[in-house]
Design a protein around this ligand. Structure first.
Ligand SMILES: Nc1ncnc2c1ncn2[C@@H]1O[C@H](COP(=O)(O)OP(=O)(O)OP(=O)(O)O)[C@@H](O)[C@H]1O
Ligand SMILES: [Mg+2]
Length: 600
């Protein structure tokens, strides 16, 4: 994937409200209806309690202070205290409640997404970089969490407060309410002006942060090359540039913010000034009580805080919306189609499967019409071992991939006994067929975990199986034995040790058909003999396909199939193929020379 493409994906679409996305998001929240409803009710209650403050204050002035009613003042003071206390308690409970909902929604989404990613075809992972998928599962889900923790309910509260204040204002005094409303166009202009700039700047910040992350990622994974070729300074300069870019954008954003806040405060002061001036005049003429004026001023003062809050939260909303869009986009990626057929059920299939494999005019392409397997037909009897031979890129690994249905073929049929493999449930298929891949993947964990693939099994059984194929010397050589800690991707093991693990893995899995995609790297002659010997024992009594790079392995096979540019060009035993004098005999002569050199 090109870098630009990756970045452009991080540009926010700019849409704040997308109906289908909001609907989907709501469907997650609806799983926690009761707590959700409770939160909304509590927000409304806190708003009402909040609005009561200025009103009671004004009431105390008009009916208590001016009339000298001490007991009323006392009562109102106590009520104000009670209201504030109740409001604070509600806020605490409410904030806990909404954040808990947010966390649960995040957990649900993450699990659902993980399950979905597990169901995606291997070809999806060819086309999508790991970084992007991980971002979906972490950052994007995090953005949704933020929507709950910092955003949605506070904004609902803010909107309630704004509406509530206006209702209270119009109830108290219509003229003053209209005066306050008069400054609103200015607010709208400021909000639009700064909102847009802040939005663009925020988008740039995200984009530049993504660049920092991906550059960091590249630098760390490529550290070996960077150090070996003395390219530290070059990559330092490159990173420095990206980092400075990010700083510039951040400063810009902070500047907008710094100006935006005082602007809103100015408008707030303007509104307060207008109300004070007009209210005072009205009061002097006896049209307005002092209490109403004070209450009004308090409302005007409180009106601007939620407005500022909403404009500032805009980015969180937009970020969450884009993240949600991306998450749901990934969820829409089609899962592998699996023909679940009732018969044969997988156990039945496993038990009565004899181990016969037949390719019938198979065509396969990774992309479009770019066929890498062309009209391949061959037949393997139960228990036979067959070698696939051919130069690099001739399609050997691809045959293994379509046989295990990591990829689906486009034309022709692959038969397992009398079953078309496309009609066998994948789970069932993978019970009977095992692949030792060319690139061996190891998980972080112990040696035992990597051999059993985290299936609890007694050590005696594990060691017993390893013993039967004669690979104990490997275990004895690894310090710690089965308990040895394996680093991520097996970084602390030699290539030979990794091969040993993958062979032990397949032996424990014990499938009826084994495909061995040999790694090309050579080992010391003693280990080589051990591994070759183990392979011979593994393939006994099983149908085996060996993608062989070593002559010693090929010689033991019942049949050899020679591939060239995705086509089958020769088939037969070693002697037969030598007699024909085609591609195989050419390859064989090269092999012979190499073997002579290696073992000289
Ligand atoms: N995931 C993929 N997506 C697209 N094309 C691929 C993919 N994997 C392999 N190919 C292409 O398919 C062709 C056959 O590749 P394949 O891996 O089957 O070769 P091979 O015979 O196993 O080679 P080697 O001996 O080097 O392992 C090659 O041209 C390769 O570029
Ligand atoms: Mg290969």
């Amino acid at each position: 994937m090109k870098q630009e493409e990756f970045f452009s994906e991080d540009i926010l679409s700019g849409k704040l409200y997308n109906r289908t996305v909001v609907k989907k998001l709501l469907s997650y929240v609806m799983r926690y209806k009761v707590s959700g409803l409770l939160s909304v009710l509590m927000v409304i209650a806190t708003t009402v309690l909040f609005l009561m403050g200025p009103y009671l204050f004004g009431y105390a002035i008009d009916h208590g202070i001016t009339k000298g009613d001490k007991s009323l003042i006392y009562k109102i003071a106590l009520s104000l205290l009670a209201i504030q206390t109740l409001r604070l308690i509600l806020i605490v409970v409410q904030s806990y409640n909404i954040q808990a909902i947010g966390q649960k929604v995040m957990l649900d989404m993450r699990m659902e997404l993980f399950r979905h990613v597990q169901s995606l075809p291997v070809s999806f992972f060819d086309k999508n970089p790991v970084g992007r998928i991980v971002t979906r599962l972490t950052n994007d889900i995090g953005a949704i969490g933020e929507l709950f923790s910092a955003g949605v309910i506070v904004v609902i509260g803010d909107i309630c407060i704004i509406i509530g204040i206006f209702v209270a204002m119009f109830m108290l005094n219509v003229q003053l309410a209209f005066i306050t409303l008069g400054v609103f166009p200015i607010i709208v202009i400021i909000a639009v002006l700064f909102g847009n700039r802040m939005k663009n700047s925020f988008r740039e910040i995200r984009r530049k942060l993504a660049r920092i992350n991906s550059s960091m990622n590249e630098n760390i994974t490529g550290m070996k090359v960077i150090q070996l070729f003395n390219k530290e300074q070059k990559f330092y300069d490159k990173f420095n540039e990206i980092n400075n870019d990010y700083l510039k954008e951040q400063v810009k954003y902070i500047r907008y913010f710094a100006v935006f806040q005082p602007m809103i405060n100015m408008v707030s002061a303007l509104a307060i000034g207008l109300v004070l001036w007009y209210g005072a005049v009205r009061h002097m003429h006896g049209f307005l009580t002092l209490g109403v004026l004070v209450a009004f001023l308090a409302y005007v003062h409180d009106l601007f805080e939620p407005i500022r809050d909403i404009v500032e939260k805009y980015n969180i909303f937009q970020g969450a919306m884009v993240s949600a869009e991306r998450i749901f986009g990934l969820m829409k990626e089609p899962s592998e189609v699996d023909y679940i057929i009732s018969n044969p059920a997988r156990e039945v299939f496993k038990n009565d499967f004899k181990g016969e494999i037949r390719f019938e005019n198979v065509w396969f392409a990774y992309n479009g019409d770019d066929y890498v397997l062309k009209d391949i037909s061959f037949h393997i009897e139960p228990g036979q071992s067959v070698a696939l031979v051919g130069v690099t890129g001739s399609g050997k690994t691809s045959i293994a991939s379509v046989l295990t249905r990591l990829y689906e073929i486009q034309k022709g049929t692959i038969w397992f006994d009398t079953y078309d493999i496309q009609k066998i449930e994948k789970v069932g298929l993978r019970y009977v067929i095992g692949l030792v891949s060319q690139d061996i993947f190891l998980f972080a964990g112990t040696l035992r975990d990597n051999i059993t693939l985290f299936k609890p099994s007694p050590d005696s059984q594990v060691l017993g199986k390893i013993e039967t194929i004669g690979l104990m010397p490997f275990i004895e050589r690894i310090p710690g034995g089965l308990d040895a800690e394996i680093a991520e991707r097996g970084a602390n093991l030699s290539v030979g040790e990794r091969q040993f693990i993958s062979l032990s893995r397949i032996i424990l899995y014990d499938p009826r058909v084994i495909i061995l995609d040999e790694a090309t790297s050579s080992m010391d002659p003693i280990s080589e003999v051990l591994i070759q010997d183990a392979i011979q024992r593994v393939i006994k009594e099983r149908t085996t396909i060996i993608i062989a790079h070593r002559l010693s392995t090929i010689l033991h096979c019942d049949k050899i199939i020679v591939l060239n540019k995705g086509m089958k060009v020769e088939e037969g035993t070693h002697e037969e193929l030598l007699r024909i004098g085609g591609l195989y005999s050419k390859l064989y002569r090269v092999y012979m020379k190499e073997e002579l050199i290696v073992h000289a």
